[in-house]
Design a protein around this ligand. Sequence first.
Ligand code: 5AD
Length: 345
Amino acid sequence: MIKKLYNTNTLEKSELIQVIKDNMDSLDPKLLHYAAKTREKYYGKKVFFRGLIEVSNYCKNDCLYCGIRRDNDKVKRYRLSKEEILNSCKVGYKLGFRTFVLQGGEDGYYTDEIMVDIISTIKNSYPDCAITLSLGEKSYETYKKYFEAGADRYLLRHESATVEHYNKLHPSNMEFEHRKDCLYNLKDVGFQVGAGFMVGSPYQSIENMAEDLLFLKELNPHMVGIGPFIPHKDTVFAKEKAGTVHMTLLMLALTRLLLPKSLLPATTALGSIDPKGREKALRIGANVIMPNLSPVDNRKNYALYDNKLSTDSEAAESVNSISKSIREFGFVPDFSRGDYIHWKR
Ligand code: 5AD
């Protein structure tokens, strides 16, 4: 079945479920082999760097798993000013980053006007850089304005492609259908789009994971963010179990085989539950790394889950030592924009 997946880049739902079941205890070496081979076919040994700027932890949503959910009144809320964001870009540019990822909660402060101004200022200051946004669900018009202002990519994890499961992770005012519309709108506007999901989130079944993979296959995004669910102490899911490294690696490998050209980050969440997590992810087909460029004092407040890494191996200031480890793992740090292969705006 793995050979078939490698050759055709697709499987039926029942086959995907079988592959997941067959690899629950240990990963078939063939999976590792073919996933790594597939990544090499298009991107070689390159590992692309993105500088992550966590612009705001205000959020109007109340996702049950997320540490910065609206109802968590223990969070010290912050929002970066335009100057602070630009300063992070300046620091990042000097460190060599050519992609800036502006991520934040759904913060009503950022009207279209304010965001368009921020995006176009970054673009004018750093025309050789890509701008990625990760700011949640917006209207088609807003996405279009962001794109026209110079944003190139947009990350919006679908979180779960099974409606019943999606509903167990989100309050009733959030809907999978709407999220899906947003993802298709983003593609239509012209963005390089990223979807994705957490592995091992509460109530997630094997079938749910197969649905997530099939949804990714159908959407065919350029990027896919996959990391383990990790409980946060001040959320509804405080007492739930975290997802495992093993299952996360399995989902990464299957995603690499289903979407051979995708850009797949070795996520901070994975690095947070296993010091070797990112290395393992790179070996199984991940090819992106997103060190934190946010102002150091704000980092601890952008806690989506407990024990989130934000220093050393996750921090942009450590770019030299991160690059060194990547070389030691046998990969090649790449500081170009790192667009999706064959991408043209
Ligand atoms: N554990 C792991 N990932 C989380 N995210 C939010 N909360 C958690 C958590 N507790 C992920 C979501 C979101 C992304 C920015 O972070 O998938 O889309």
